[in-house]
Design a binder for this molecule. Structure first.
Ligand code: AMP
Ligand code: ZN
Length: 682
C-alpha cells in the first residue's frame, strides 16, 4: 500500500475511532478490539500528532495525562452543595423511611435503588459538551479542583456525545484489583500499605503529578446532576438514561422498587453479590424516583429527605493467632503472615492473614496466641486489623523480629524511611524461587508444568540459579528432581523450548523488573520494538511513553545498567528467545473465530489500518495471509481502489469483504478472553 499523506480529516477520523473504542471498553465494558489493536491505533495518533503538533487539541485521547506538576489544588465552590445521606442499618430503619414518605404523598411512590459505591464523590462540569472542571466533594459546599487528575480516568469523556452544559455528580473509586496490585507493589517497595480502596482513590485524586494519579487506575460511576437548561430529566430513572445518552458511565445494578419488600429483596441480593463485584460497595442508596416529589420532600439541614443509605455491616471476624511466618518475596522483601485458627469470613475459610511488614506488626503489638480481628482488604486479601488486647491470655509469646533471612541467613536490612526488611543476597534461593516461579507463571512465560515445587527441586539440586539456566536443562537433569519421570521430563523440556517463541512483552514481564507489570511490558515492547532498543533508551525516552512513568523508567534503567542483567539477556538471546516484537505476536487465545484457519488476501487501501496492521490482526486470529489470489483463497478483503486481485477473486467466486465488513468481523467475541486476563493483572 502506498503511504499517503495524512490529512487533518484522517486525524479526526482516527480520534473518533479511538474515542469510540475507549467508550466501548471503559464506559460500556464491552470492548470490541484487543488491547494491542487499540494501542496500535493510539500509537498512530501519537505519531501523527508528533508530526503535526498544531493539530493537538485538549480533547484528544493523547492529552489525558498532563506533564505539568501541580503545586496544589484550588478551592471550588459548588453551585449546589453535594449532600450527604441519612443512614439505615436494618429493615426497621428502612420501613420508617418508606412510611414517612408514603405518609406525605398521595398515591404510589417509586424508588430507585442503587449500589453505594465506596469511593469519594466528585462533581464534573461540562460546558457545551467539553469537560472543563472536576472537583471533590470537600465539605459539601466547597471542594478541590482536581481536573487534571480526573482527566486521566479513561471512562471520563473529555467530550460528551451531545453539546450539553451540565454539572454531573458521581463516585470516583479504585477497582479492587487495582487496589490489591497497588498494595502489592507498595509492599515490594517497602512502603506502608493503604487501608482501603477509598483511601487509595482519595489519595489518587490528590496526587500533584497527574502521571502518578493516572497509575492509580481510578474509575467512576455517575448518578446525579444539577438540572440545567440543556439537561433536565424528570426522574432518577430518566437521569440515568440521559447520563448514558451523553456517554457517561453509570452502574447497571440499579432497580426500580415500589415498596419495602421489594427494596429489602434488592438489598439482600446486592449484599450477596457484593464480594463478586470488581469494586467495593458499602451499602445501597434508595432514592425517590420522581424529581417533582423529591423537591416536595426537600432537605433536612444535612441530607435529602428523599434518599437514604442502607449500610452493610463491615465483615470482620475474630480468631486466634497460632504462629507468624516470614516469607521472602521476589524482591527480597521479607513479609510476615499470621497463621490462625481457621475462621469463616465473607464466604471462605481463612487460615492465614497478611501482616504486611515489621512496622505493622510492631504497631499492632501482636503476640503469638493473641485474639485478633481480621477482614478482607479489597474484599479478597485477609488482613489482621487489630489485636484484642483485653482478651490477651497470660501465655502469649512476644514476637521475634527476624534479623536474618529465614532462607539464606543473610542479615536483613531495613532501608531508611522504609517499613520493609529485605534480604539483599542476590543468590538467596527464596528470591530465586520467587523470580523463576514468576517467570514461568501463566501471566508471564506460561511454561506449563513448571510450578514452584519443581523449581524448588531444581534449585536444591543446584541445576538452576536463574531463568536462563532453564533453557540449558536436559530431561536427564529434570529427572534428578524428586518424582519426575522420563515422560514428564520430556514434556517439560518441550514446554520450556516452546516458551522461547513467546512475544517480547511476555519475556519483559517475566524478567520481574520492579514496577514493570504486564501492561507496561506490552507498551514498552510495542514502542521500542526490541530488547536492544529498550536497553539503549534514555530515561526520557522511556518516560515519554504513555502509561510509563518515571518510576518504571528508573527501574528499567537500573535493571539494564546492571552487569548481571546484561549477561542474562545475552544468554537468553543466544538461547533463541524472542528479543524483538517484529511479529507483534499476540497469542491466539481462541480458535473460535471466523478467521481461524482461513486463507486471506488483502488488497486496496483501507482507512483504518495499514496493510501490515490488518495482516497482523488476521494472523493473530489464526488466519493465513497470502499475497495473491488463487483457488485456495477463502476471503479477499478489498479496500478502496482495489485492482486486479478483486477481479480475479470475483472470477473465481471467492468471498469478498469490504473494509466495513472486515471491521465488524473484528467486533465479535474473539478477543475478549484476552481482555479479561489483562484486566486481572493490572
Ligand atoms: P455518607 O458518606 O455515608 O454520608 O454517604 C453519602 C455518600 O455516598 C455520598 O456523598 C456519595 O459520595 C456516596 N454514594 C455512593 N454511591 C452513591 C449513590 N449511588 N448515590 C448517592 N450517593 C452515593
Ligand atoms: Zn535470603
Amino acid at each position: 500500500m502506498t503511504e499517503k499523506k495524512v490529512s487533518f480529516a484522517d486525524l479526526q477520523a482516527l480520534r473518533k475511532q479511538l474515542n469510540e473504542y475507549a467508550y466501548q471498553y471503559y464506559v460500556l465494558d464491552q470492548p470490541s478490539i484487543s488491547d494491542s489493536q487499540y494501542d496500535q491505533l493510539y500509537r498512530q495518533l501519537e505519531l501523527i500528532e508528533m508530526e503535526h503538533p498544531e493539530w493537538i487539541s485538549p480533547d484528544s485521547p493523547t492529552q489525558r495525562v498532563g506533564d505539568q506538576m501541580l503545586t496544589g489544588f484550588q478551592k471550588v465552590r459548588h453551585a449546589q452543595p453535594l449532600y450527604s445521606l441519612g443512614n439505615a442499618f436494618n429493615e426497621q430503619d428502612m420501613a420508617d423511611f418508606v412510611n414517612r414518605i408514603l405518609n406525605q404523598v398521595q398515591g404510589p411512590v417509586s424508588f430507585i435503588c442503587e449500589c453505594k459505591i465506596d469511593g469519594l464523590s466528585v462533581a464534573l462540569t461540562y460546558e457545551e459538551g467539553q469537560f472543563v472542571r472536576g472537583a471533590t466533594r470537600g465539605n459539601g459546599q466547597e471542594g478541590e479542583d482536581v481536573t487534571s487528575n480526573l482527566r486521566t480516568i479513561k471512562a471520563l469523556p473529555l467530550r460528551l456525545r451531545r453539546p450539553v452544559s451540565v454539572e454531573v455528580r458521581g463516585e470516583c473509586y479504585m477497582p479492587k484489583s487495582s487496589f490489591l496490585a497497588l498494595n502489592e507493589q507498595r509492599e515490594a517497595d517497602g512502603l506502608p500499605v493503604l487501608a482501603n480502596p477509598r483511601n487509595a482513590a482519595a489519595g489518587g485524586l490528590r496526587q500533584l503529578d497527574p502521571k502518578a494519579s493516572a497509575q492509580r487506575n481510578l474509575n467512576l460511576f455517575l448518578y446525579g446532576a444539577v438540572v440545567s437548561e440543556s439537561f433536565h430529566p424528570h426522574s432518577q430513572e430518566e437521569l440515568f438514561r440521559e447520563l448514558e445518552a451523553v456517554g457517561l458511565r453509570t452502574n447497571p445494578l440499579r432497580r426500580e422498587c415500589h415498596n419495602l419488600a421489594e427494596i429489602m429483596a434488592y438489598i439482600e441480593e446486592i449484599n450477596e453479590k457484593r464480594h463478586d463485584l470488581p469494586y467495593e460497595i458499602d451499602g445501597v442508596v434508595v432514592k425517590v424516583n420522581d424529581f417533582a416529589l423529591q423537591e416536595q420532600l426537600g432537605f433536612t439541614v444535612k441530607a435529602p429527605r428523599w434518599a437514604i443509605a442502607y449500610k452493610f455491616l463491615a465483615q470482620v471476624e475474630e480468631t486466634q493467632v497460632l504462629d507468624v511466618e516470614w516469607t521472602v518475596g521476589r524482591t527480597g522483601v521479607v513479609t510476615p503472615t499470621a497463621v490462625m485458627q481457621p475462621v469463616q469470613l465473607a464466604g471462605t475459610v481463612v487460615k492465614r492473614a497478611s501482616l504486611h511488614n515489621v512496622d505493622y506488626v510492631k504497631s499492632l503489638d501482636l503476640r503469638i496466641g493473641d485474639w485478633v480481628t481480621i477482614h478482607k482488604a479489597g474484599d479478597i486479601i485477609p488482613e489482621v486489623t487489630s489485636v484484642l488486647t483485653e482478651r490477651r491470655a497470660e501465655e502469649t509469646k512476644t514476637l521475634a523480629i527476624p534479623q536474618h533471612c529465614p532462607e539464606c541467613q543473610a542479615p536483613l536490612v531495613q532501608e531508611e524511611g522504609q517499613v520493609a526488611i529485605r534480604c539483599e543476597n542476590p543468590l538467596c534461593p527464596a528470591q530465586q524461587l520467587a523470580q523463576i516461579s514468576h517467570f514461568a507463571s501463566r501471566a508471564a512465560m506460561n511454561i506449563v508444568g513448571l510450578g514452584p515445587q519443581i523449581i524448588k527441586g531444581l534449585l536444591e539440586q543446584d541445576l538452576i540459579h536463574n531463568v536462563a539456566d532453564l533453557y540449558d536443562l536436559t530431561s536427564q537433569d529434570l529427572m534428578k528432581v524428586d518424582k519426575i519421570k522420563e515422560k514428564s521430563a520430556q514434556k517439560l523440556i518441550q514446554a520450556i523450548e516452546a516458551s522461547k517463541k513467546n512475544p517480547l512483552d511476555y519475556l519483559l514481564f517475566g524478567l520481574g523488573i520492579r514496577h514493570v507489570g504486564a501492561k507496561a511490558a506490552r507498551l514498552l515492547a510495542q514502542r521500542f520494538g526490541s530488547m536492544e532498543a529498550l536497553a539503549q533508551a534514555s530515561l526520557d525516552e522511556m518516560a515519554s511513553v504513555e502509561g510509563i512513568g518515571l518510576t518504571i523508567s528508573q527501574s528499567l534503567r537500573m535493571f539494564f545498567d546492571r552487569a548481571d542483567s546484561q549477561e542474562l539477556l545475552q544468554r537468553l538471546a543466544q538461547q533463541g528467545l524472542t528479543m524483538t516484537s517484529e511479529s507483534m505476536g499476540e497469542k491466539i487465545e481462541s480458535k473460535d473465530n471466523q478467521w481461524y484457519g482461513k486463507t486471506v488476501v488483502l488488497t486496496g487501501t483501507m482507512e483504518h489500518y495499514t496493510r501490515s496492521q490488518a495482516k497482523q490482526i488476521l494472523e493473530n486470529l489464526g488466519a493465513n495471509v497470502t499475497g495473491s489470489v488463487s483457488a485456495k483463497t477463502d476471503v479477499l478483503i478489498a479496500g478502496s481502489e482495489a485492482g486486479s486481485k478483486l477481479s480475479k477473486a470475483q472470477a473465481l467466486g471467492i468471498q469478498i469483504m469490504d473494509e466495513a465488513q472486515f471491521l465488524s468481523s473484528l467486533s465479535d467475541k474473539t478477543v475478549d478472553d484476552e481482555k479479561e486476563s489483562e484486566r486481572s493483572d493490572e
